[in-house]
Design a protein around this ligand. Structure first.
Ligand SMILES: [Zn+2]
Length: 240
């Protein structure tokens, strides 16, 4: 009886420490450039929409899948050559059946994938034509790096510009200016809020403050300050 238990234990341990299907998994998970694929097996389907140069929608078993192209970053639509990049992809793939090789999912849940049309990689073609940057942060493809150098040297597409702005920097600066706008808006909202005082208190408060007990009166910040109330240290209402 004991022997059987030991044999079973050895069997379980060997299964845990030497899973012979692990290498098989790694093989099948290898993508085009030897990088791991985590977003499912390749599929083919009709491209039904092109949002911009590097974002397309492909039907997978009739269900639309939004795809961010792997290895390329195209100018945004509001940037120079953004529309040209979109046109380039539209002419090449819209309405056509493409092969999709998923890589992984991004933070927005979009599939990052390589797309092939007639055996050619769309990301590569965009870069080669000067409608996208090789996205070196995520892709180490030598072929795509070379394609970008060729496009630069030949001044194709966006490389006609003296000093083209990198799309990732463009997005970053846009995000920052949006943030600034939001902060400004919330400050001016803060200036217009009502504050509250009690008959015997010397402080003015935000609504719901723990020190605002019993009957209270509503005032503007200006009025409260003019009447010599000072800002509560706990609820920290605006001071001007
Ligand atoms: Zn308070």
């Amino acid at each position: 009886m004991k022997k059987i238990q030991i044999i079973i234990l050895i069997f379980i341990l060997s299964a845990v420490f030497f899973p012979n299907n692990l290498s098989a998994y790694k093989e099948s998970a290898k993508g085009v450039d030897g990088e791991l694929t985590l977003a499912g097996p390749p599929f083919s389907g009709k491209c039904v929409h092109v949002a911009d140069g590097d974002t397309v929608t492909v039907l997978k078993n009739g269900i639309p899948v939004k795809i961010r192209l792997f290895g390329v970053d195209c100018p945004e639509k509001s940037q120079e050559f953004g529309k040209e990049a979109k046109n380039f992809s539209t002419v090449l793939v819209k309405g056509k059946t493409v092969n999709v090789r998923p890589r992984k999912y991004d933070n927005y849940g979009r599939t990052i994938a390589s797309i092939f049309i007639d055996g050619k990689n769309l990301s590569y073609q965009l870069i080669n034509a000067g409608y996208g940057w090789h996205y070196k942060r995520y892709s180490r493809s030598v072929r795509m790096a070379k394609a970008e150098i060729n496009a630069r040297n030949a001044r194709r597409g966006l490389w006609q510009q003296e000093n083209p702005q990198k799309p990732w920097n463009y997005r970053h600066s846009k995000k920052r200016s949006n943030k600034k706008k939001m902060t400004k808006a919330s400050v001016s909202d803060d200036e217009n809020i009502s504050v509250f005082v009690t008959r015997n208190g010397s402080k003015y408060h935000r609504k719901g403050c723990r020190y605002l007990r019993g009957k209270y009166l509503e005032k503007t910040v200006e009025e409260a300050i003019h009447e010599d109330y000072s800002a509560c240290g706990w609820c920290k209402p605006p001071k001007n």
